[in-house]
Write a protein that binds this ligand. Sequence first.
Ligand SMILES: [Zn+2]
Length: 261
Amino acid sequence: MRLRGVFLLSLLVFLGSCATSPTGRKQLLLGGNSEVDQMGVKAFSDLKQSTPIETSSSINRYVRCITDALQREAGSSGQWEVVVFRDKAINAFALPGGKIGVYTGILPVANTQDRLAAVLGHEIAHVLSQHGNERMSQQTAVSQGLDLINAMVKPQTQGGQTALGLLGLGAQVGILLPYSRIQESEADTLGVKLMAQAGFDPRESVVLWQRMNQANEAQPFEFLSTHPANTTRISDLNKNMAQAMSIYQQAQRQGKRPNCR
Ligand SMILES: [Zn+2]
């Protein structure tokens, strides 16, 4: 039995690819990019069916202005689809397949363009680093063959819900699967770089996480369960701030001065 498990695991590792994340870390990726992208597209489409969409053109223009500036730096092909959901949850996410969701409830917390860019830069960085695929691959390896990618087509089942949570929709489906500290730190490093390159003030990332913590003290919300805003995060952000500032200043010299309102 034990041998069989080892065999299955080695088969999975063999079938999957050992990739390298944007910060140079080795990753186990079992799912293909196109399969994981399709999962993102499907999950997003389901969410649009079930959640009211904000129609205010000024709010949509404002969010779009920020995501456009970030997307130009993300180097991803194709236009990302951005949807603002009219929902008081303090939440935002990005999904493989080029999807970004912003809940109106996060706007009073991430209450400036730089602070919202900090949240979205972080979420986009999770996607660019393929953390959803990595988490599903780790889970699949541990459970010896539970096929989460197929489970995804049945979102009502437990496997489907787990797959959604691992993909980055934990707060939506109420499955609290925190990213690992390594993944969170990677998303911070890359996310802050992304916002700074786009001309958003990286110092505001620290203010953002402080504001998240304050909001959480008043009324706990699920986004922070999957992305804990602990002191490690804030001190790491501060540690890397000099580098982020030099990227920001260079972006400013290049005329990248977003003015989203
Ligand atoms: Zn995160």
